[in-house]
Design a protein around this ligand. Structure first.
Ligand SMILES: C[S@@+](CC[C@H](N)C(=O)[O-])C[C@H]1O[C@@H](n2cnc3c(N)ncnc32)[C@H](O)[C@@H]1O
Length: 334
């Protein structure tokens, strides 16, 4: 089956990696635009992506791509193969432009035209602009119309509910929940136990737990560890354990926890118990025995990655004018 997935623009580069990680190498993927991907996949695989992927905005089944010059001469037989989702009796056609803004492209004219084509094909349907069962989506990207029935759509409301600001305790500059979830997915499929050795108020721990794994967090500050526990209880996340301790002296059997995801200390307000920040990262990477590590650090933090590790990728993520994060995925070499 053929699908079209629209990815959020917010963390574009990382979102692309998220999709690649969730979809695996076996599925054939064709990027139409930086934010639009066409995929040949079974329904079950798409449903799994819809369930997990943080940066997914919507999915169309059996998309139709039309050039601008052909659009208003389109005949209804061209969309007849696009069967409305089961249970559809009312619909709305919705038009929007993505990454462009061409004033001459009229929203109402486009929606009326496409609505007419749909009624020609499926006369039993009725238009409901306010409360449709299903939405027929028409998008204009750079020089192309993309259209089809919406199979799934994310409002991001569920993700925003886990925002640091919705927690009893959070630190300044805490990561937005969409990014936390994307980064957790970069390690997909997750090991059953995942460690955050600098867990702070527990954003990654809750991301790991909501992805179905058990999260262990290490935090050097007793105060923050206690606050992290309150946060986890507040969000009713049970699959977590916080250890008050030092990331450089982990109390685990060697090689027992193969995966780490972490946002090590970088801001002035984060304690490092007097250690130099870069030195702490280098020493921690030297002493870690994990197989895969996903870390985010500001771009201006310069540290050496020793030759135990292969840098699989690094991606910049602009936050604001004085902070660009770099997301790095490291894989153990020896
Ligand atoms: C950037 S914050 C982590 C933010 C976290 N991801 C969150 O959602 O709140 C880094 C944390 O590392 C802790 N930390 C600093 N040095 C540490 C060490 N040696 N071992 C464990 N935790 C440490 C700091 O107290 C701080 O809470």
């Amino acid at each position: 089956m053929n699908w079209l997935l629209r990815i959020s623009n917010t963390h574009r580069e990382i979102a692309i990696k998220e999709l690649e990680s969730l979809i695996g190498a076996k599925t054939s993927v064709q990027w139409i635009m930086p934010l639009l991907v066409r995929i040949d996949a079974e329904k079950g695989d798409i449903d799994k992506i819809i369930d997990k992927m943080a940066s997914l905005k919507w999915v169309i089944q059996n998309p139709l791509l039309v050039s601008p010059s052909d659009f208003f001469s389109l005949q209804s037989d061209k969309i007849a193969h696009q069967i409305p989702p089961t249970g559809t009796d009312t619909f709305a056609a919705r038009f929007n432009q993505i990454m462009v803004n061409i004033p001459e492209l009229s929203k109402s004219k486009t929606e009326r035209f496409v609505g007419g084509l749909i009624l020609d094909c499926f006369p039993s349907l009725q238009v409901s602009l306010d409360n449709p069962n299903s939405v027929y989506r028409v998008c204009y990207f750079i020089d192309c119309y993309v259209m089809g029935w919406t199979y799934a759509e994310q409002t991001f409301q569920r993700i925003e509910e886990s925002s640091p600001k919705m927690s009893p305790f959070f630190g300044g500059g805490a990561m937005k929940p969409m990014l936390t979830k994307i980064l957790v997915n970069l390690l997909y499929p997750l090991h059953p136990i995942v460690l955050d050795p600098f867990c702070g108020h527990g954003g990654f721990m809750r991301g790991i737990a909501s992805a179905g794994s058990f999260a262990i967090g290490i935090e050097v500050s007793m105060k923050i560890a206690r606050e992290c526990k309150v946060n986890n209880q507040y969000h009713q996340v049970e699959q977590t354990q916080i250890i008050i301790g030092d990331a450089l002296h982990q109390p685990f059997r060697r090689a027992s926890i193969p995966e780490i995801i972490s946002d090590p200390p970088y801001a002035k307000q984060s304690t490092t118990i007097g250690r130099d920040r870069e030195d702490l990262i280098e020493r921690w990477l030297n002493s870690s025995d994990q197989e895969r590590v996903l870390i985010t650090l500001p771009k201006d933090m310069v540290f050496e990655i020793n030759n135990n590790w292969k840098l699989e990728y690094e991606i910049d993520d602009f936050v604001h004018k004085s902070l660009t994060r770099v997301v790095r995925k490291l894989v153990r070499l020896k």
